[in-house]
Design a protein around this ligand. Structure first.
Ligand code: AMP
Length: 290
């Protein structure tokens, strides 16, 4: 496995890969890799492409009061995992290389950032869109892999990729969870033992909404309430949002018609966790007669 810090060297090495006729599969990450990231790398490898993983704690996607400085970093562990998973090239760019002092360009995806995490993390998705656009230009992959755990990020990347004509196929990978349902996240390690226990309420709540939807409930108010009741019982420090939104536009909806995204962001102590599930409306037998 090649470990590369310089943008120029990555371009040169990947030019060689392309010249040899191989496709490139790309998995961008912030590092502190876990089984969720590994599942993306596995999916990327299974397509037979040369797998490139980037590890970069992108300052542009953290707000001034967010956890950039304490975000977990584990370069040695990350590289060992990448090597075990047959990654061809690990790209560890430096901030200075990616953000020259005079940089002045932003990438904003409108509409999709209006709800969910958008209002709670101003500037976050512009930071994500900018870094992913830059990494796409440097790595020039044929395929790029993103987790459904970050559903809003995934929708924004899809939109940006189409709008800016990147010739990259975006592949969504399912959320990997602990055995009690908690979605794997690099931030889970911030949780105290008690907070970790209480955090299982997020997925329990989302599953309750899924059960209700399967049983025929279509009111967004009642579906959201079901999640809120279970999450509130776990005494979170704060609930940023629990929302039912359209899977593509990410705009709030009042009724579940076909499928919709139930998404939440909840704090336990100083740790902000996000999660989501897709709800599918139960088949309505009356619909056949209308
Ligand atoms: P991050 O390092 O948190 O920016 O995540 C890098 C990629 O891994 C993103 O596409 C995430 O959506 C994805 N990811 C993070 N956690 C999980 C998980 N539990 N299951 C699947 N994918 C994940």
């Amino acid at each position: 496995m090649k470990v590369v810090k310089s943008t120029t060297t990555v371009r040169e090495l990947l030019d060689e890969v392309r010249r040899s006729g191989r496709s490139i599969a790309f998995v961008p990450t912030l590092g502190a890799l876990h089984r969720g990231h590994a599942s993306l790398i596995d999916a990327a490898r299974s397509a037979g492409d040369a797998v490139v993983v980037s590890i970069f704690v992108n300052p542009a996607q953290f707000g001034p009061k967010e956890d950039f400085s304490r975000y977990p970093r584990d370069e040695a562990g990350d590289l060992a995992l990448c090597k075990r998973l047959d990654v061809e090239l690990a790209f560890l760019p430096s901030s200075g290389d990616l953000y020259p002092p005079a940089h002045a360009t932003s990438v904003r995806v409108q509409g999709l950032t209006d709800h969910l995490c958008g209002p709670h993390r101003p500037g976050h998705f512009a930071g994500v869109a900018l870094i992913v656009a830059k990494l796409f230009n440097i790595v020039q992959p044929q395929r790029a892999y993103f987790g459904e755990k970050d559903a809003q990020q995934l929708a924004i990347i899809r939109r940006m990729t189409a709008d800016l004509d990147f010739p990259v196929k975006i592949i969504a990978c399912p959320t990997i969870r602990e055995s009690d349902g908690l979605a794997l996240s690099s931030r889970n390690r911030y949780l105290s033992e008690k907070e970790r226990c209480r955090a299982t309420a997020l997925y329990t709540g989302l599953c309750a909404a899924q059960d209700l939807a399967r049983a025929g409930e279509r009111s967004a108010l009642r579906l959201v309430d079901a999640v809120r009741t279970l999450v509130t019982a776990a005494q979170p420090t704060r609930i940023d949002y629990i929302s039912l939104v359209d899977t593509e536009s990410l705009q709030p909806i009042s009724r579940l018609e076909t499928t919709a995204l139930m998404a939440l962001a909840v704090w336990f102590g100083d740790t902000r966790l996000i999660d989501n599930v897709t709800l599918t409306a139960a088949h309505d037998p009356r619909a056949e007669f209308t």
